[in-house]
Design a protein. Sequence first.
Length: 184
Amino acid sequence: MSANGPHTSHEEAHTGPIKTPRQLLMASLYAFVLPIFIIIGLVYFVTSGPKTAPDTDALERAVAARIQKVGQVEIRDTNRPLRAGEEVYKAQCSACHAAGAAGAPKFQDAAAWAPRIATGFEALLNSALKGKNAMGPQGGGEFSDVEFGRAVVFMANAAGAKFAEPKAPAAPADAATPAASAAK
């Protein structure tokens, strides 16, 4: 046995596979730099697939929907003739009142309408415009408040009431004044 023998084998047992600076440089390259290039290559591969052209119409519609105004302005012909109560009833009210859906009093059912008629026309009109129980508010739709009043009168009178049909609001008197002053 030599004096260097046991000591040398003990050092060799604790050394790793890297013995030179060149091997250390190559191990660092493989451990850190090579994975970065592999990740970059994978990202490029995934993102370089065929891309479809954007639908410009759909994009414009989506942008318009996101930036639309909160309210809308609707222009109506105020000079159109008012619709009759029966016409408004058929268009708006008959869906529930013809069948008595959701507790609505049936058309021409005097017993169901009697307590409502007793409250008066204004209370019935207020219920129709603002809603009551399962009936949602009707005001502000296709029909004017006067037309809804006519529908209320139509339904109540069919059940035995004697309400007068509301008339169209009179034209403001101020509208005639400028024409008269311009003629002077």
